[in-house]
Design a protein around this ligand. Structure first.
Ligand SMILES: [Zn+2]
Length: 238
């Protein structure tokens, strides 16, 4: 499905939600229950919230903004026409996302739970899920580069075999400094970061390359054993 079609599908879902709301607010039972709820919110928020959930279930809305509910009994709305106009123009506060993320992922806890409204068509769900992913993915600082794994491991295995960095670089057709930083990266992936998982002690992203480019000892190193102590203890093997 193209992104454009996905966007269209989402807009259709939004329109369907708006339509459902506009029909509901013309139902007298709906309006009188909403009024009760609105009045209850003024006196007992806790009880109101309980009833509010039952109200959502009964009328099959995912979420109605509390502001919209409270506003329904605003004193400046004096006639039924005004109140209806108010509800009609409150569509912004009626939530009906096909896919809702229940948490924010982080580097350490990358898992996200979603609730999915299966009453929507499949392409709407996929489009909204894609939009959710777009929101989450750019935040990720560390991304596994599986295409590079092959290269990192080739460097690591050859280095362990005792090959010089120059020989590895020639064999893999990469620069010597790239090979050296790849060696450090491979070690980090294999053994973990120095000092365990502590974020504060973990080296910054990009350490490998920076180090190889600036460390005089490592720049001259022909083999792993020639690298400086900092580079060799860069990861703990414990
Ligand atoms: Zn060094």
């Amino acid at each position: 499905m193209t992104r454009r079609r996905g966007q269209q599908a989402l807009q259709e879902a939004e329109r369907a939600k708006d339509a459902r709301w506009r029909y509901a607010v013309r139902n007298p039972t709906f309006r009188s229950e909403l009024r009760e709820l609105s009045e209850l919110f003024q006196v007992d928020s806790k009880e109101a919230r309980k009833k509010y959930r039952a109200f959502l279930l009964k009328w099959r809305f995912q979420d109605i903004s509390e502001t919209v509910v409270r506003g329904f009994t605003r004193p400046d709305l004096t006639t039924d026409e005004e109140r209806l106009l108010y509800l009609d123009s409150s569509r912004w506060g009626i939530l009906s996302r096909p896919v809702v993320a229940m948490s924010d992922p982080s580097e350490d806890m990358p898992w996200v739970g979603f609730i999915v409204d299966t009453s929507h068509p499949r392409d709407v769900l996929l489009a909204d899920f894609g939009a959710s992913l777009d929101r989450f993915m750019p935040k990720r600082r560390v991304r596994r580069r599986s295409d590079k794994t092959e290269f990192y491991l080739a460097v690591y295995d050859r280095a362990l075999d005792g090959q010089t960095f120059a020989k590895i670089a020639a064999a893999l057709r990469r620069s010597i400094s790239t090979v050296k930083s790849a060696y450090l990266t491979a070690r980090r992936h294999i053994f973990g970061r120095a000092g365990g998982l502590s974020k504060t002690r973990a080296p910054l992203a990009g350490f490998e390359q920076d180090h190889i480019e600036t460390c005089l000892i490592c720049r001259k190193a022909q083999k792993v054993e020639d690298m400086c102590p900092a580079a060799r203890t860069y990861v703990s093997e414990a």
